[in-house]
Design a protein around this ligand. Sequence first.
Ligand code: PFF
Length: 443
Amino acid sequence: MVFILAATGATVGLGNIWKFPYLAGEYGGGAFVLVYLLCIAFIGFPLMVAEVAVGRRGRLSPINTLRSLSEIEGGSPRWVWAGGLGVLAGLLIGSFYSVIAGWALAYMFRAASGAFEHVTAQGIASIFNNLITDPERLLAWHTIFMVMTVAVLARGIRSGLERAVKLLVPGLLVMLLVLIGYGASTGYLGQTLFFLFRPDFSSLSFAAVLEALGHAFFTLSLGMGAIMIYGSYLPRQVPIMRTSLLVVLLDTLVALLAGLAIFSIAFAHELPVNSGPGLIFQTLPMAFGKMQAGGVFGGIFFLLLVFAAWTSAIALLEPAVAWLVESLNLQRVRAAVLTGFVAWLLGIVSLLSFSQWAFSFEFAGMQKQHGLFDLFSILASGVLLPLGGLSVVLFTAWVMHRESVLDALGGADGPGFRLWYFLVRYVAPVALVVVFLWVLGVM
Ligand code: PFF
């Protein structure tokens, strides 16, 4: 139970409610969503099982787990680089994650104070623009969020937080249903279903495939060792497949519900769906401004979002902290402060990407407006996480012996295991390599 709560806390976050809708909107809906779901099923889920199994077998921080298992299985010591990659990815994602969580913090107060009541779409757009082009305010929220994250990392005890996840997920589901109810009342749910679930493959660009793949990793917190750490605390008798399946299904459910809510609101109020990272901050306030007791609902919604982001941010920085503690013998408090400081500093780059340092660039035919923020995001989800994931998949299926893997999973050699083994041994690596070759222009 604690594992499910911790893993759900790590997976359900801004990725589901903020990033999935904005990517789906940017890339035209259905086809993007389909590729994302395929990546979840055929790469994400098998990889999650592999990460948990490797973590449980190694029982150390990801870097040291890979080192020790590799030694036992007769693999190369170079596998530790996969763990190092994860630490880097965590720092990079953690840096901009905290900036966006800061937006959510700001919106929590705004919604609760009734700032969205009877405001027009233009008014809401200007509230958003005023926020993101004010670096000082953003810095304050970013700092508050990072301090919250470091405070938990430094203590290293999260049982209270994990118990709170029990409230978080049902709370988020209820709030999303309220928003979908609002969307349905405007009569735009049908159009939203079409948008999200009727794939139009003519709109499926190369960039869309890469971002859908990267987002599958991002949303499931895979490819950087975070899930491996949670796996390292998992008792032996817990069935990994079923537990991971539950986590994956919950995560996907939250994302799809968020998509339904946000696009129905966008269609109802004729708001653009391709407005990028600002999408939820420009659509949701419209609904909260119009519904009964919208201030209360809005306040609760953004509070839950901040909470979801918090439990994810902890997981993002944990691999770095664990490594500093284990390998450099740093005290936990120092390791947490140092990690948080690096991520905070790096976050300032993202924060300025919405104002002073903004520049636009073309990414595989897509116009990206927010300079280094977009670049960090693509680099982390599109390159670092898939590379980390590929390493774990190869390590599990080709370095570890089949018996060790079977033993690590603690299950019987049944059809379920064989199907999963086939996915990690062939399907996932081939799919990942094909995408990489494509990125590099080889294919
Ligand atoms: N899965 C989180 C989200 O969807 O918001 C982001 C994340 C958390 C990625 C932890 C990676 C990680 F280790």
